[in-house]
Every structure is written in structure tokens, then in C-alpha cells.
Design a protein. Structure first.
Ligand code: ATP
Length: 493
């Protein structure tokens, strides 16, 4: 099946559900829009992806440390950061269907349609007009473009549109016991502000010198109006962010360095170079003097998986002004006091998760007992595979389960393993293929005689007979973190 279409996305969604990777939230109540739960295998894969990021960013860099700040923050935070006034999307409603859309997305889709239909010139012109309108915050122009290009509501089919309006994406709630005394607080729309507010705490207690970074993994919340494409655009999602503090004037060099470091990090996962590209922002956010997205080719096309921003001194300066506290750094090398500039790398964990599933899910035509068959394999890099090895007694008799459990008990301390004794061995192999387990270890009668087992390799389906004693070495060789991290260069930081 082609990995580039809507059907393939549907296959990913149903595979993720069938095997316990991702479930719709609150499914027994018919779900909650754009909110998802990670199941028993999804959480393992997600945790491995977090570990991969944390090791590459924090553990391997002497001058980067991690924090875990609270989701609730003082409401002034969001005033200072510009989110209360400016964290908006341009929305338009269709008066007949009462459905709400993002005006820029309706136009982006029209551009894609033009491209698909071979109308390259029209596509190019509309892209130019859209970029200009966004750059100028021109909501009237956005509506004109929607009308000019005859865009109709997919539900009602009519072109009966409201004006384009700005819609704030932050969720708010009340903190405090009584409604009169309660304070309006927000669920953070990005984890970055928790880092800025702790900039001095961390700098003073860690005694790090510029350049240095603070990293964080945590939940973020956005009231996305158009939530689509599975875990791509969720209302509750997880970010992995780094704020790297540098001397003013050096930020664009660091920005270029971080672009490369982050791209290399993605590519080590093995999806292939051609699956990634940089896309510069036409209009960097209000806080940035340069911004680029790393895009991955999902089944529905290239989309942002990570954003890299040169955030200047905007955030620290704003927080200094709103809090009245000095958020400066004294540079002993130059004898100067200044507000550091910041380069941010921000990756959506859920979008990364989807990128891994999109490249890993494979349908292979194979011969099975003289007949053509399809093998479903999740070709996940062994280091991040949820389960590293499945221990399978050939039968449930003759003491094979006991022997298998003996092996399992040895391995499970260091490796995430599964024990499975039901069904034929062939079906068990297939099940493990479908969840991406790199090794199936079969215990048979010969095992009882000579302490050897059969190891089946997921991708090649080749089998080899090795001694139980050498099993840990084999697993270590293929699943050690060095395999992923060896390409990551950190000595330039
Ligand atoms: P988009 O343009 O796609 O809405 P963004 O530019 O608003 O994304 P950023 O604010 O740069 O995104 O957030 C950093 C990262 O967080 C993104 O690269 C993306 O991976 C992730 N992210 C942002 N919004 C969502 C969401 N609604 N669901 C899942 N991940 C998200």
C-alpha cells in the first residue's frame, strides 16, 4: 500500500488502535475531539522517544540541563509572553453549516488542490497572496481570497461565509475555592515559558555559563479549532523543548547549528533523508528573528514535526518588565551584564510518534505455504521498539513454558520482554512483527537438551540457533542506545 495517501493514514490509525498504541479518549462516551490516549505499547514507544531526546539533549551535553515545571503558571506569564493578546488563529464560519474553519488552512488546501490538478501558476499566485495577507495580518484580504477562489464549505457546500476573526487558542480555568476570589489561570499552550521563568533559578544553582541550555518535556494545551489527522493536531499534546541561551549577536550562528543538530537527530531514526525538509517561516512569530520548521513527509504530505526559532531576548525582556525582576546574566568573560538571546528547538512528541509509525508500518508481500500473503511489520528502530524480545515456548507441554520463563526472568531486568504461549508459532511471530518486536526467541525440545534457542530476526525473518548464554549480548548489540546516539555530534556546543 502506498505510504502517501488517506487510506494509509487510516491503516495507521486502525493499526495503532488494534495493537494498543493509541486509543481515542473517552471512547465509551463516543470520544472527545482531538484528544487521544496512549495504550500499553504506545506508552512504551513514547517513553523510548522521550529517552532518545533526553539523552541526546541533556545527558550528552555538559551545558544543557533539564527541568520539569508546572503546567499552571502565574497568569501574568501569558500577558508578558504575548499569548493573551496574540495567540490567535484566523477563523471563518460557514453560516449554513455553522462549521468553523481556519481561514489560512482553507486556502492552503486550495493550493494543494491546484498543485494536484497541475495548475502550478494558480497555486503559486495564491501562495503569494496568502503569504502577503498573513504577513500583514490582513483578515479582510483572507476572506477576499476565499471568495475569489470560490472555496465552499465541505459540509453545506455553500459559500455563505462570515468575516474572518481572530480566535485565541488558550484554555482557561479558575484557580481558588470561591468563584469571587478565584483567579483565571491558563493551561500552558507551550512548555517554553516554564523555562524562561526558571532561567535565573537554574543558572544560579547550576552555575552554568553562557552558552547553556534548559530542556523540558511536558504537556501543552491548545484549543485547536480544526483538529484533524490523528495525533497531528491535538488539543492536549506533549512537547520536548530546549531553550538555548547565548550571547546577543551570536544567535543566528547558533540557530544554524541547532537546525543541523536537530535534523541529524531525526534522520538517525532511519526513515530516510528524503523524508525531511526545512521550511522557512514567511512570518516568524512576534518573538522571533528567524524561524524554520523541520517537516516530515506524512501520508498526507510534508508537515511540521519540529520548530526551531531564534527567539531573541523577547521573552526574558518581557518577563523582566512584567515582574520587575532582573533576568540578566553577568558574563565574566566580557565583564558585561546582558539579557541573553535564545534559540529554541521545539518538537511535538505526538507528531514524532506519528512520523515513526508512518515510516515503520510496512505491508510486505510474502509466500506462505505456496500462497501469496501479506506480512504486516512495524519496522521500528530496535532501540526504540516497545518490546525488545518475545519469549515463545514452542508448545505448552514438556516443561517448555518453565524453561521459557526462566529465560524471560533473566532478560526482563534489562529488557522489555513479552511471554506468549498461545496460538501457533507462525501466528505468534506475525503478532510480534505487527508490534515491531525485533527478536522472537523460541524455546523448543532441543533447548532442554543443550540450552540453545532459536532467534528470529523481525526484518529479514532469518532464524539462527544460539546459546541462551549469548542472548543478552545479542540484545545488547542491537538495542543499545549507542546505536542511535553515535551519529549525534555534541562537541560543538
Ligand atoms: P502548527 O503550525 O502546525 O499549528 P505551530 O507552529 O503552532 O504548529 P509550535 O508552536 O512551533 O507549533 O509548537 C512546536 C511543536 O509542537 C510543533 O512543531 C508541533 O510538533 C507541536 N505541536 C504544536 N501544536 C500541536 C498540536 N495541536 N498537536 C500536536 N502537536 C502540536
Amino acid at each position: 500500500m502506498s505510504k502517501k495517501n488517506d487510506d494509509f493514514l487510516k491503516s495507521i490509525i486502525s493499526h495503532a488502535k488494534e495493537y494498543g498504541f493509541v486509543f481515542p479518549s473517552s471512547e465509551i462516551y463516543d470520544g472527545l475531539g482531538a484528544v487521544y490516549d496512549y495504550g500499553q505499547l504506545g506508552v512504551e514507544l513514547k517513553n523510548n522517544l522521550k529517552t532518545y531526546w533526553w539523552k541526546a539533549m541533556v545527558q550528552m551535553n555538559e551545558n544543557i540541563v533539564g527541568i520539569d515545571s508546572a503546567i499552571f503558571m502565574h497568569p501574568k506569564t501569558w500577558k508578558a509572553s504575548g499569548h493573551v493578546d496574540g495567540f490567535n488563529d484566523p477563523m471563518i464560519d460557514n453560516k449554513d453549516s455553522k462549521k468553523r474553519y481556519r481561514a489560512d488552512q482553507l486556502l492552503e488546501e486550495r493550493i494543494e488542490r491546484y498543485e494536484k490538478d497541475g495548475k502550478a501558476e494558480k497555486a503559486e499566485q495564491l501562495q503569494k497572496d496568502l503569504d502577503e495577507a498573513i504577513l500583514a495580518d490582513d483578515l479582510i484580504k483572507l476572506k477576499e481570497l476565499i471568495e475569489e477562489h470560490n472555496i465552499a464549505c465541505p459540509i453545506s457546500g455553500t459559500r455563505n461565509w462570515t468575516d474572518v476573526r481572530q480566535f485565541n487558542l488558550m484554555f482557561s480555568t479558575q484557580m481558588g475555592a470561591t468563584s469571587e476570589g478565584a483567579e483565571k489561570v491558563y493551561l500552558r499552550p507551550e512548555s517554553a515559558q516554564g523555562i524562561f521563568l526558571n532561567f535565573l533559578n537554574v543558572q544560579k544553582t547550576s552555575r552554568l555559563k553562557i552558552p547553556f541550555g534548559i530542556a523540558q518535556i511536558g504537556k501543552a494545551f491548545r484549543n485547536e479549532v480544526i483538529a484533524r489527522q490523528f495525533v497531528m493536531r491535538m488539543r492536549e499534546f506533549e512537547q520536548m523543548e530546549l531553550q538555548f541561551f547565548v550571547q546577543p549577536g551570536t544567535e543566528l550562528d547558533w540557530y544554524e547549528k541547532w537546525k543541523q543538530i536537530r535534523l541529524d537527530w531525526h534522520m538517525a531514526l532511519g526513515a530516510g533523508k528524503e523524508k525531511y525538509r526545512f521550511e522557512d517561516h514567511v512570518k516568524p512569530a512576534h518573538y522571533a528573528n528567524a524561524a524554520v520548521d523541520i517537516e516530515f513527509e506524512y501520508p498526507f504530505g510534508f508537515r511540521e514535526v519540529e520548530g526551531i526559532h531564534s527567539r531573541t531576548d523577547f521573552d526574558l525582556k518581557q518577563h523582566m518588565e512584567y515582574s520587575g525582576k532582573k533576568l540578566q546574566y553577568f558574563d565574566t568573560a566580557t565583564n558585561q551584564r546582558y539579557i541573553p538571546y535564545v534559540v529554541e528547538t521545539s518538537i511535538g512528541l505526538d507528531r514524532l510518534f506519528l512520523s515513526v509509525l508512518s515510516h515503520a508500518l510496512t505491508y510486505e508481500e510474502i509466500e506462505n505455504g505456496g500462497k501469496k500473503d501479506t506480512r504486516v511489520v512495524l519496522k521500528i528502530h530496535p532501540v526504540i521498539a516497545p518490546i525488545k524480545a518475545a519469549i515463545l515456548p514452542l508448545t505448552r507441554k514438556d516443561g517448555l513454558p518453565d524453561k521459557a520463563r526462566e529465560i524471560l526472568n533473566k532478560l526482563k531486568v534489562n529488557y522489555n520482554t513479552q511471554y506468549e504461549e498461545r496460538d501457533s508459532i507462525g501466528r505468534r511471530y506475525r503478532r510480534q512483527d505487527a508490534i515491531g518486536t525485533p527478536f522472537c526467541i523460541t524455546v523448543d525440545h532441543q533447548t532442554l537438551e543443550d540450552d540453545t534457542i532459536t532467534v528470529r530476526h523481525r526484518d529479514s525473518m532469518e532464524q539462527e540457533r544460539i546459546s541462551i548464554d549469548s542472548l543478552e549480548d545479542l540484545l545488547e548489540k542491537h538495542t543499545k542506545w549507542t546505536n542511535l546516539l553515535k551519529e549525534i555530534k555534541t562537541d560543538s556546543l
